[in-house]
Ligand binder design. Structure first.
Ligand SMILES: [Fe+2]
Ligand SMILES: [Fe+2]
Length: 179
């Protein structure tokens, strides 16, 4: 396989993950509404589990993909605006993690049928999480990804794709071992 299609595949994958993250955020809103209206029935508990697994798993892996393979090249850029945007994006990952660890315990409780949390507080935390995520994705798609595409053009990103796949396989093994 030539180098270019591989790098295109990596960016297609990153873009599709952004779509997925936005779908999961919508699902989380729908879930909070459903819990308020219907309580913790089987369907709502199942949705809570899926959303929890997504943000604990694939969303964190996506941040690692960017931190390992996209951001380092951008931090080495001569363009101060690109470097500043990248530093901002790295800081966002930390804030997103903080926001997520405020949301996750409520969802974990929901999966077990425990409604000890306040849905209004959960809705508020979700609003903060979502606003930050959407701004973050916008900055990545408007500045970071186009710049990284230029830098990676013509380079063989096969190793990048392999590392991303290997890390996910390792994580699935760990999750299975804990189950
Ligand atoms: Fe990111
Ligand atoms: Fe991203």
């Amino acid at each position: 396989m030539s180098a270019a299609p591989v790098s295109i595949a990596v960016f297609e994958f990153l873009d599709s993950t952004h779509q997925e993250i936005q779908q999961q955020l919508k699902l989380l809103h729908t879930l909070v509404d459903a819990i308020e209206n219907e309580g913790l029935n089987t369907a709502n508990r199942g949705t809570a589990r899926r959303v929890l697994d997504y943000f604990n798993g694939e969303a964190r892996q996506h941040h690692l993909d960017e931190e390992k393979h996209i951001f380092p090249a951008l931090l080495a850029s001569q363009n101060a605006e690109v470097v500043q945007a990248t530093e901002h994006l790295i800081q966002d990952h930390g804030w997103l993690e903080e926001n997520w660890i405020q949301i996750a315990p409520s969802l974990e409780a929901a999966t077990g049928g425990n409604l000890w949390f306040d849905t209004a507080e959960l809705r508020h935390a979700l609003g903060v999480f979502e606003a930050l995520y959407l701004d973050h994705i916008l900055l990545e798609e408007s500045v970071a990804y186009p710049e990284a595409r230029k830098r990676l053009e013509g380079l063989n990103t096969l190793g990048m794709g392999r590392e991303m796949a290997r890390r996910r396989a390792l994580r699935s093994d760990e999750v299975r071992a804990r189950a």
